[in-house]
Design a protein around this ligand. Structure first.
Ligand code: BGC
Length: 468
């Protein structure tokens, strides 16, 4: 890793920890089996819990496939790579009017700095990085696959393996190629074929390096968004932005994840998931494949509340899709309170995060239990985090969330990862660069990475969890 690009104090730490990272990698390569006791030791230290379970997962080693507990951080291509110019959202960001507070632009320049970021992930103590491969880079025009971009992602995954970091790959994290959006996105009947063709092509090159994969990131947002009290999806600016994007691309059908009619798109998304699942499972590689869902702790308030209906409509169909896959990915940020007439929003005066969500880290326990019971499948926590400028609140959030994971495992639920959103402060979609979800701050001009105290804190939990 190029330590010079880190903040001074972080640089000192990076040098000191480099050796221990090497030692750890060595140990892991020669000693692939660790007990669940050790996986959770860090969590217990922090959360002050006393009981532990007896399962024995294996540990992710260099290249060898494994099924160990994954302690990771998450990223997504469009949010960190930079200059993702063939993506549909790039169009949205660059038309007027736009809902987007900022343009993604260079974002974290992760496309060029991936090695530094992967080394940093390992140095902090994590054994997993969740990342997405960008369809619009790999297939910039319909049917034209870029060997150079596949090479790029192959290098990224190989770099993960080199650093002892298991790559959890998302095949689609919201953005699609412009050409795909221009022909109607997932509202067209052949969209599933096109997505699975991409999945097949990408897997044929990258499959042997993948640890676990998700077809889609949070496809259920389309169903759950209608229950939100405040949603910008149908706002006048959103409609004008859509019209401007259609004009800019010369397509009347310009349709993104954000804008597609969910009733029309849903069956195509479901087939796309099923077909991509089959394409990825065909190999090369032999790893679990699932779908990650945005799941909140759905709490009913008062008699005859609609919480169960909301839960069914927001998650039902996708939980059933997950039950036919290898796992369900749980992504939890808070709870929802639902009354007789729908969403109640947070109680007045309650602590809110930068996204306006209630600070409610204990939600993760409820969502893991719900997803596990509904699918009967192993649970991967693939996102959990908080947008805040106050890193001490992130640390407190992490401790409570991990204590919930621990309780679930103690109760016999098969939880296989805790992957925090996010590794880096990055491009938070329409909210631009204001919300800070990162364990690591990124200087917007120099791209210098500075781990926050929460990065060392969660890294230590991960590291202790992996020590014997
Ligand atoms: C998404 C991420 C997003 C995060 C924080 C998740 O819903 O997968 O892309 O940045 O939440 O809002």
């Amino acid at each position: 890793m190029n330590g010079n690009t880190l903040h001074n104090s972080a640089f000192t730490l990076s040098i000191n920890q480099k050796n221990s990272t090497k030692r750890r990698e060595k140990m892991c390569m020669s000693d692939r089996h660790i007990s669940r006791r050790s996986v959770l030791a860090g969590a217990i230290g922090v959360a002050g819990l006393s009981t532990i379970s007896r399962l024995t997962p294996t540990f992710a080693t260099d290249r060898a496939p494994s099924r160990g507990f994954l302690w990771g951080c998450a990223t997504a291509g469009h949010q960190v790579e930079g200059n993702n110019i063939n993506a549909d959202f790039w169009v949205y960001e660059n038309v007027k009017p736009t809902l987007f507070a900022d343009r993604s632009g260079d974002t974290c320049d992760h496309y060029h700095r991936y090695e530094e970021d992967i080394a940093l992930t390992a140095m902090l103590g994590f054994n997993c990085l969740r990342l997405s491969i960008e369809w619009s880079r790999i297939e910039p025009e319909a049917g034209n696959f870029s060997e150079a971009e596949l090479d790029h992602y192959e290098r990224v995954l190989e770099t993960c393996r080199k650093h002892g970091v298991a790559p959890f790959v998302t095949y689609n994290h919201f953005t699609t190629p412009r050409w795909f959006a221009s022909r109607g996105g997932f509202t067209t009947p052949d969209s599933a074929d096109l997505f699975s063709r991409f999945a097949e092509k990408a897997t044929s090159r990258l499959g042997h390096l993948i640890e676990a994969a998700a077809t889609f990131n949070e496809p259920n947002l389309l169903q759950s968004v209608f229950w939100r009290k405040k949603s910008l999806a149908g706002s006048p600016t959103a409609l004008q932005m859509g019209a401007a994007a259609a004009m800019a691309t010369g397509s009347k059908q310009f349709t993104t994840f954000y804008s597609g009619d969910p009733v029309i798109a849903l069956p195509h998304y479901l087939s796309a998931h099923e077909m991509a699942y089959a394409a990825i499972k065909a190999g090369p590689g032999d790893f679990p494949v699932g779908v990650t869902l945005a799941i909140s702790d759905e709490q009913g308030v008062g008699p005859n509340n609609l919480a169960r209906l909301r839960q069914k409509e927001s998650y039902g169909v996708w939980l059933s899709a997950a039950s036919k896959s290898d796992f369900v990915g749980v992504q939890t940020y808070s709870r929802n309170r639902t009354g007789l007439h729908g969403d109640l929003g947070p109680e007045p005066g309650i602590e809110l995060t930068q996204m306006g969500y209630e600070y409610y880290p204990q939600a993760l326990g409820a969502t893991i239990r719900y997803a596990a019971a509904a699918t009967g499948k192993p649970v991967y926590v693939t996102e959990n985090g908080i947008g805040t400028e106050d890193d001490s609140r992130r640390i407190a959030f992490i401790d409570t969330a991990i204590a919930e994971v621990k309780k679930c495992i103690d109760d016999g639920i098969d939880v296989r990862s805790y992957i925090h959103w996010s590794l880096l402060d990055n491009f938070e979609w329409i909210y631009g660069y204001r919300p800070k979800f990162g364990l690591v701050a990124v200087n917007r001009t120099t791209f210098e990475r500075t781990p926050k105290p929460s990065a060392w804190h969660l890294g230590a939990i991960a590291r202790n969890g992996m020590a014997r």
